[in-house]
Design a protein around this ligand. Structure first.
Ligand SMILES: Cc1ncc(COP(=O)(O)O)c(C=O)c1O
Length: 534
């Protein structure tokens, strides 16, 4: 479908008339609210009215005015998204995409209850938290009620990075220790203080690891140091942390905190083995440090059975500090640090005020409350369990069928598909994973590939994802993997006869040009610039 307007404005020229940006956006907003200019024939084509520039011009302006390190999804062929609803996103032509990656639009893109809560409070008041207001206290009360009793003091921020930065300050103030233990491949935010503790970032850049940072191996029982065949992987991984603490002490250093995501997301959808966190917490506490659980990606019921992912580890595990963000405002920038009274009091004993202009403002708090209400009223945790189980079951059937799938891991609506070139060696299938996400995009399914080898397909959709969506996604994946495996099989057969997976070819597959997929894998990979961290 062609772009909305036939004229191709020069770079920097807004679409439409001389009415100017303000007038145009004003009328666009009115049209949007009134639901005018409905369908142009294709589903979701109301999207077309939201364009200010043609896609080409948007791209040109972006190249000119947005920093080159801000990457786009699908760099070789970016998508322009102008509208979204529930678990679907729409491009400028009104094409619908199934969103399998957006854990920020937690209760569904543009959920009407969340939008209404924001609008209503915007009309009434928005200001900082130095004035007494009910929204912030009500929201803090409701958030605390989702956590173990000891976690009852909240500090509101505007992003997950701010939350983790503040968590580090709390931890360091608590006992005056400085050092931080982090997990390999972890990502905790974009601030300088967090790049320092994010191997996912500093190992890719020119930064070197700071001496107060200690990197423990990721408790990955599929590709890590201790695997599923180890008698006690949780104990073995926790012993690595113990060793780090001992070495730090021997060098006269003191541990302020251990920080980890309750399930590692950018690191490759890793679920720590049961008992690991308890043991680590014991060693860290003994060293006078605190345990920070980063729930920025994985909180708010994504795992289904529990509201917070760390709760999967049992009631005997309670972190000292929990950070949260992304899903909290369903797209509105808000985040939070929750901690114990003891740690909060130690923080305030420094005499320094904590002030954050926007943190916990009445609008953000109203939005946060609406998100909590929707999670409850629509039973989104129950949905995450039901749809997540169904999706995992479908994917496990695919695993039995496709040699490229090495591992399916996950819980609720947080699932990883680990693609491998070799089942025995578990060699990451990086090129193939990149190829698959581009092909899925062609089929209008949005997925990303992440992990240290960028071979893990990440699934973390809005929580309103349905069984129908799951089936559709898996059917598309099945088709793509079949073609890719055919191509790889063709290549392997010509090189080596032994390790080639033996698969009966369907007649239509035999007529396909088998080199196409393989060639395009390499072509696309060389074009890829996108570095995910979301
Ligand atoms: C685990 C984790 N922590 C913290 C952050 C930082 O959050 P934000 O981008 O809101 O600053 C991210 C962002 O991707 C994240 O994945």
């Amino acid at each position: 479908m062609p772009p909305v307007t036939p004229d191709a404005p020069g770079e920097g020229t807004p679409r439409g008339t001389a009415a100017g940006k303000a007038g145009r956006w004003g009328s666009l907003a009115r049209q949007a609210l009134a639901g005018e200019r409905e369908s142009r024939g294709a589903p979701g084509s109301r999207a077309t009215m939201c364009e200010l520039y043609s896609k080409q011009d948007t791209l040109a302006l972006r190249r000119k005015h947005i920093g080159p390190s801000c990457k786009v999804f699908f760099a070789a062929d970016p998508i322009k998204i102008v509208r979204a609803q529930g678990q679907y996103m729409f491009d400028e032509r009104g094409e619908q995409y199934l969103d399998c990656i957006n854990n920020v639009a937690h209760v569904g893109h543009c959920h009407p209850e969340v939008v209404t809560a924001a609008l209503k409070q915007m009309e009434l008041l928005n200001t900082n938290s130095r004035f007494l207001h009910d929204n912030i206290v009500e929201y803090a009360r409701r958030l605390s009620a989702t956590l173990p009793e000891t976690l009852s003091v909240c500090y509101f921020t505007n992003s997950g990075s701010e939350a983790n930065d503040l968590a580090l300050r709390l931890a360091r103030q608590f006992r005056g220790h400085q050092d931080v233990i982090t997990l390999d491949h972890a990502y905790h935010g974009h601030l300088s203080s967090l790049i320092e503790i994010s191997p996912y970032k500093f190992r890719k850049g020119k930064d070197v690891k700071k001496e107060f940072v200690h990197v423990a191996p990721t408790p990955d029982t599929y590709r890590g140091k201790y695997r599923e065949d180890h008698a006690d992987p949780a104990g073995a991984y926790a012993d690595e942390v113990k060793k780090i603490i001992e070495e730090a002490h021997n060098s006269g250093r003191k541990i302020a905190a251990f920080i980890a995501e309750s399930m590692q997301s950018c690191g490759g959808q890793i679920i720590p083995p049961a008992g690991y966190f308890q043991k680590v917490a014991e060693y860290v506490h003994r060293a006078g440090g605190v345990f920070i659980a980063d729930e920025v990606q994985v909180g708010f019921g994504r795992v289904g059975k529990h509201f917070w992912s760390f709760q999967m580890h049992g009631e005997d595990f309670v972190p000292d500090i929990v950070t949260m963000g992304k899903p909290m405002g369903n797209g509105h920038p808000m985040a939070c640090v929750v901690t114990t009274k003891e740690i909060a009091e130690a923080f305030s004993s420094s005499g320094m005020e904590y002030f954050n202009t926007y943190g916990g403002n009445p609008v953000s708090s109203a939005i946060g409350l609406a998100v909590l209400n929707v999670i409850e009223s629509e039973d989104l945790q129950g949905n995450a369990t039901r749809v997540g189980d169904y999706l995992t079951e479908l994917l496990n059937k695919q695993k039995a069928k496709h040699t490229l799938i090495g591992d399916i891991r996950g819980i609720g609506l947080f699932i990883g598909i680990d693609l491998v070139k070799d089942q025995q060696k578990r060699t990451p299938a990086t090129d193939e994973a990149q190829h698959v996400i581009y092909k899925m995009k062609e089929k209008q399914v949005l997925l990303s590939a992440d992990g240290p080898h960028r071979n893990v397909l990440k699934i973390k959709p809005p929580m309103c994802f349905t069984e129908e969506d799951a089936k559709f996604m898996v059917d598309q994946l099945d088709e793509i993997l079949t073609v890719v495996e055919e191509a790889i099989g063709a290549r392997s057969e010509s090189v080596t006869s032994e390790n080639t997976p033996c698969r009966t070819k369907a007649p239509d597959q035999l007529t396909r040009p088998l080199t196409t997929a393989h060639e395009s894998i390499h072509m696309l990979t060389s074009l890829l610039l996108y570095t995910p961290s979301g």
